[in-house]
Design a protein around this ligand. Sequence first.
Ligand SMILES: [Zn+2]
Length: 366
Amino acid sequence: MHFTFTYIPHNIEKLQEYLDFLFYEVWLKADGDFDADKLSGHPELQQIYIDLGYKEGKWAQFFNSSIENIYREFLKLDSKYRAFLSVRYANNNNIEGLCCDKTIEPITYEEISQSHPDLSKALKSFYSKLYGSNSPFNLEDFGFLNKDLITDYDMAFMEKNNQQVCPFCALTHLKANNHSYREAYDHYIPKGSYPFNVLNFRNLAPMCNECNSTYKLSKSPLYPIDPLKGKNARTKAFYPYADDHPEISFKIEISNSNILNLTPDDISITIHADSGYKEEIETWMRVFGLEERYKATLCSPNDGQVWFNKAIDEFENAKELANIVDYDVFYKRILREAQKYPLSDKGFLKAQFLEECRKKGLFNSI
Ligand SMILES: [Zn+2]
């Protein structure tokens, strides 16, 4: 990715704390019939459970009955499988570890369903509804997830992460605090396949609609193909909240001198980092379809073609106005501008594209 976000500690993390308590202290320790006393280690959550028991609404009933259903499924598990799930629960929530260390194994609903189909079903029924407009966490008892908690979290997040460009593509603006709407948050490790981390905000990152809803969808940064079939293909990925992120550089090669009629086949794009990161870059390009999108940008009449034409037009103007006759001097100035602001007007692509045009001698005849 072009840059990483800074993680923002926030009161919204209490929801993940509830979920951690349920997993480690209630379900993993399942023994005997379930009742409210099983929640006595967390008085706040216990009170919510009791209060929801008196409410009629479907969300209240869904939350309480889900806790009880999953508890009943855990009763059937032997201690070995409970220990196994405990490790995998921690792994699924170690987002940085999953991204950076291929020895850390996540678990999917499909894997659980191979040996424990009813447990997998109960978990998916619960976790798949926890984030979004139908979440029981939208109840007042939990602090109104969508209306208050996420809105407040997003304000704090965008105040700190104010670049206002999507870090996953840098092609698109990212809505921030000057907008009345907020950008959607993507589950980086997809919530449809992996249980336990749906409200872990280290697994949630705002991204542009094109990245989120057109290209990434449910693609996993951890496996290039179906996780069940692609065990050996576990891949590393950039962690969206990493403290250290390498300098990214782009190289563009063009095999056609007719810039106004370029096709994607005429272009080769490679992305490098200053200190390796080959696998992370491959994952990034795969998940977000970057090769296709960057090539399409260079072929676009409103991007690549305009950059090329403007470079020629502006030099003609500069020659008339300022007696500049050396194209190289002029060119170095516009290249410097594009390099100085790589995230503005797709400067990271523009600079390399114009450099390749110059290398091919396309400005020599001006
Ligand atoms: Zn994007």
